[in-house]
Every structure is written in structure tokens, then in C-alpha cells.
Design a protein around this ligand. Sequence first.
Ligand SMILES: [Zn+2]
Length: 390
Amino acid sequence: MSYLQPTRKATYIAGSKYRRKAYGSNHPLAIPRVSLATELIDAYGALTADEFLQARKAADFELEWFHTPEYVSAFKRAEALGRVSNPVRQRHQLGTLENPYFEQFFTIPATATGASIQAAEEVIRGRIAFNPAGGMHHARPDQAHGFCYFNDPVLGILRLRREGWRVLYVDIDAHHGDGVEAAFADDSEVFTLSLHMDSRYAYPFKGGQLSDTARAGNTSLNVPLPKDTNDAEYRMLFDAVWQPVLDRFRPDAIVLQAGTDMIFADPLGKLGLSTQGFLATAQTILDTSPQHADGTPRLLVTGGGGYHPLVLARAWAGLWALLSGRELPEALPSAGAAALRAVDWDMDEEEAHYEQLFTSRLDVPGNLNVRPEIDDLVLSIQQHPFLQTP
Ligand SMILES: [Zn+2]
């Protein structure tokens, strides 16, 4: 096959090119995700063998940079036993409806997490890195939360911190990156920026407000988004925070959590962004990242939420193309379209956008009117204490 050649040094990390069934069968994450995105990228001829890195399982000692030894060992014991005991379920929130038990219960999340540590090491050695299986931003040291078992963004950041780097974490997933924010609330060398559905109507139903500035002085900034936030509105809000935070914090590296549940068709997301809006945000982050001496951005990108498999695969294929410096044609290649058609998915087949999911990697542009509440939110952002410091 013919390949589109990359113009940037980037590494794509994944466990296997084949699908591993996680989360059982009755869960929003029981859909093909990374395997489908990889298949679509392959169909474009946009991933060479040199760029692919096989994910490895995180070692226990690495998981314990953030997680408690009790949590790690309870997790491993559950995989060995083939079930979660009641005390473990209660204490660690494992094996619940939200965070269900499945085959390879420890191995699958530990591998997605190892990949974020590998991604940090790729960034340290001078490459951009993308771990689409990562981005499990809700996990806590001792508990699973919100479908997240190990907090791989935290571990990736901690690997970068071992180089003495200051890290800016930017989370564009539709949900508040609460686990990452909490992990670094006392570390002035890590700043967390999250744009997300307002917790007054969305998970995790608390925190994440503009006024919730982290305790130990200015280590986080949250932008709560109203329902149906569109591309133009998101752009205004993103521009109000991004460059000012970069200028004040001056990071050595950026970690981007790129969940696709911010895109309009997502069944759990309530925002109104297009795939183009998602990609334009990633492009700005890429263009403004701190760089190595040769100009390669110091940028670690993880996946994240995203519950519409077709939207997710299109968005991450486009994201990988941006990161690796490739121009993808807008039309889906026939092998890619066939891979999307083969997915058992009909949740939105009555909707106007549905057919287009199989023909183009981009969406029909939506409404671009800016509501007055967005202007008000921009003004409030400009008054944020962190952005008032010189
Ligand atoms: Zn999410």
C-alpha cells in the first residue's frame, strides 16, 4: 500500500492492532475505540511501522507513583480470581456498574497506563506521542471513578516531572479532569486547565467551576461550558484562557487529554462541537507547545472519553494526522468506510448527520451563533485571579 509520509516526529502507542473487549457488553465503553481509530488511520496509509510503538504494561512500582499499593494489589487479585470481592468493591469502587469487572481486568488498564509512561519517555527523547487508550482522568489514588481505573495522565505527568519539567495539562474531554486536578493541587510545577460540561448538569456533578481555584495557589483553571456550546463559542472561551495560561505558566511540556465526547453526536456529551472544532483546538495546542531544539513540540497526547465509535475514530484519525504532520483527504478511504460500516452501531441512524459519518472525516458545519452567556463567561475568565497575576 502507499503511505502518506509524516513531516513531524511522532509516535503512536497502542496495545495491539486488534480489538480487546473491555467493559463487558452493557457499558458506554463496550464499543470499538482504539482498534477502530487505528484501522481508519491504517486505511488512510497514515501510520508507518517506525511510528508504531507496542504498549507495555505499567509496572506495579510505576502505578504506585500515584496509586496505593492496596489498590494495585486488590486489582491484580481480582484478575487472578476472576471476580471482585465485596470488600474490594466497596472500598475501591471496582466491579461496580460504573467500573465493571471484565476479562483481563488488570492487564488492559495497566497496559493503557504503561503506554502513557512510554509516551512521556517518547516526549523526553524528542518525539510527539499519542496514546489513544489513555486519558483516564477521573481515577483516584485508591479508587476507580467514572469508568477510569488507573490515572494514566497523572502517571505520564509524573514521568515528565522526574526530568524536572514543568507540565501544563490541558483537558478538552467533555468532562472535568477532576482526578488530575486533585493529584497536582499541591504541586506548583503542574498546572491543570480543563474545559468541560458544567458540573451543574454533567458528571462528576460537583467541582470544576471557574471559581474553584486550586488550594495551594493557582495550579488549576476550569472553564464550565453550557449545554450545546458550539465551535465559535468554544473558540472564544479557549482563546480567552490558552495563550494567557501559557504566558504565565511557561511550561516545559504539554499533556493534552483529547476525549472526543465534546463532539456534538456523542451520546453522553451535551456539547455542540464539530470534528473540525475538536481538531482546530488540537492544532492551536500543537502550534503553541514548547519545543525541542529541532522544533518538535514537547507534546504528549492521550485519548479520553468518547462514546460514539464512528465519531471517535474519525476525530482521532484526524488528530494523529495533525500530530504527525500529514494532510488527510476529506473523503474516507473505502477500507476505512467499510471498517466504520462494520461496527454494530445504530443509535443515531435517523439523524441527518449519520450517512456523512461514512463518507467524510469532517462534519457539516453547525450553528456558529455566540450566545450572550458566553460573552459573560469570557469576561469572568478575564477576571480570574491566575490571569490577573503579571
Ligand atoms: Zn468525558
